[in-house]
Design a protein around this ligand. Structure first.
Ligand code: F6P
Length: 350
C-alpha cells in the first residue's frame, strides 16, 4: 500500500495521540503516505463545508509534541448513522478518490463495528482499541484505561483524606456506562470498602450494613466506588425505603443520582455520606507511560498489518504480547465482569 489513513472515533482516551503518532511515523518509515481524518467517520464522509477541515496529509512534524498530550488532536465524534450502507459506500468512494488504500481506526466497539462493515465490503481496515472503559473482551487492555484508573485513584486519595477527617462515608461515581472495569480496578487500588457495577446486583441495605459494621470495628471513613451505569443493577425498592424515612420523603425516586443515593445510604447507615462524581476528569489528562507505550506498539503493528495486506482485524494485547483477531471476535463481545477482582475488593476492604 502506498497511502493509508488514520482516524480516532467515539469517546477520546489518553494515549490516542501516541497511537496516531506511531501510525504516522511507522508508515513514513515504510514509505507510505498518511492521511489523518478529523472527527472520526464524519471526516471520512467529508461532511465539513471546507474539505481542509476534514483531513490533513500527515508528516513527521504533524505528530511531533503530541505523545504526552491527552485527548486526540485529530478530534473525535460519534457518527450514529455510519451503520447505514449509503454512508459506508460514500466513505469507500471518498477513500478511492483520495488514493487511500487502507484505514486504521482508533476507538471502541462502535468504531470497530464501522471498520468491520468497511472490511466486509473488501475495503482494508484495522482497529486499535482506544477507550478508557476497557470493555472489549479480546484484549487485556485498551488505550486510556491505565491513565483513567490512575486519575481516579489520585482523586479518591484526596476524597479519602477529607472523609477520614470528618468520619464520613464517600460515594464516588466513576465512568463506565455498561462496564464496571474502571470501578472494580479503582476500588481495589484505592482500598475501597464496596464497589457497585452494572454487571452485578447490589442493594442499598447491604451497603448500609457494611458501613455500620465498619463503624463498629473502628473504621473512621468508608469509600464506596460506583460505576455510573450501576443503577441498572440496583435491587433495592428505593421508593419504599424513601417512604419509610422522614428525611427521604422529598426524594423523587424515578431517576436516581449519586447524590440521592448518598442521602439514602446516610439515612440507613447513620453515617454522614457525601457523593462525588468524577465525570470527564477521568477522560482527560496526559497519558500514563503505559498508555503511551501501548498506543505506540498498537500503532506500529497496525501499519505492519496493512503493509502485509492483512486487514479486517482488531489489534490487542494479551499477556504483554501484541495480538490481532478478526473483527468478528472483537465486535459485540463485551468484557465480562472480573468477579475474582470484585470479590477481592470486599475481602480486603474489611
Ligand atoms: O469513553 C467511554 C465513556 O467514558 C463511558 O464510560 C461513558 O459512559 C461515555 O464514554 C460517556 O461519553 P460521552 O458523554 O462523551 O458520550
Amino acid at each position: 500500500m502506498q497511502r493509508i489513513a488514520v482516524m480516532t472515533s467515539g469517546g477520546d482516551a489518553p494515549g490516542m495521540n501516541a497511537a496516531v503518532r506511531a501510525v504516522v511515523r511507522a508508515a513514513i518509515h515504510y514509505d507510505m503516505s498518511v492521511v489523518g481524518f478529523k472527527r472520526g467517520y464524519n471526516g471520512m464522509l467529508m461532511r465539513s463545508r471546507d474539505t481542509h477541515d476534514d483531513f490533513d496529509i500527515m508528516t513527521r512534524k504533524s505528530v511531533s509534541d503530541k505523545i504526552h498530550r491527552g485527548g486526540t488532536f485529530l478530534m473525535t465524534a460519534r457518527c450514529l448513522d455510519f451503520h447505514k450502507p449509503e454512508c459506508q459506500k460514500q466513505v469507500i468512494q471518498n477513500m478511492h478518490l483520495l488514493g487511500v488504500e487502507g484505514v486504521i481506526g482508533i476507538g471502541g466497539d462502535g468504531t470497530f463495528a464501522g471498520l468491520k462493515a468497511l472490511a466486509d465490503q473488501g475495503f482494508p481496515t484495522i482497529g486499535i482499541p482506544g477507550t478508557i472503559d476497557n470493555d472489549l473482551e479480546y484484549t487485556d487492555f485498551t488505550i486510556g484505561f491505565d491513565t483513567a484508573l490512575n486519575t481516579a485513584c489520585e482523586c479518591i486519595n484526596r476524597v479519602r483524606e477529607t472523609s477520614d477527617s470528618h468520619e464520613r462515608a464517600s460515594l464516588i461515581t466513576v465512568m463506565g456506562r455498561n462496564c464496571g472495569d474502571i470501578a472494580v480496578h479503582t476500588a481495589l487500588a484505592c482500598g475501597a470498602e464496596y464497589v457497585m457495577v452494572p454487571e452485578a446486583p447490589w442493594s442499598i441495605e447491604e451497603i448500609a450494613e457494611r458501613i455500620k459494621w465498619g463503624v463498629l470495628n473502628g473504621k473512621r471513613s468508608t469509600i464506596l466506588v460506583m460505576a455510573e451505569g450501576a443503577f441498572a443493577s440496583l435491587t433495592s425498592d428505593v421508593k419504599a425505603i424513601c417512604e419509610a424515612h422522614e428525611s427521604l420523603k422529598d426524594i423523587a425516586t424515578d431517576t436516581m443520582t449519586g447524590f440521592k443515593l448518598a442521602s439514602i445510604i446516610e439515612a440507613l447507615s447513620g453515617q454522614e455520606t457525601r457523593a462525588t462524581v468524577l465525570g470527564y476528569i477521568q477522560r482527560g489528562g496526559s497519558p500514563s507511560a503505559q498508555d503511551r507505550i501501548l498506543g505506540s506498539r498498537f500503532g506500529a503493528r497496525a501499519v505492519e498489518l496493512l503493509k502485509e495486506d492483512t486487514y479486517g482485524r482488531a489489534i490487542g494485547i494479551r499477556e504483554n504480547r501484541i495480538i490481532d483477531v478478526p473483527f468478528s471476535e472483537a465486535v459485540g463481545h463485551p468484557q465480562p465482569l472480573n468477579r475474582p477482582l470484585m470479590d477481592l475488593v470486599g475481602i480486603l476492604g474489611k
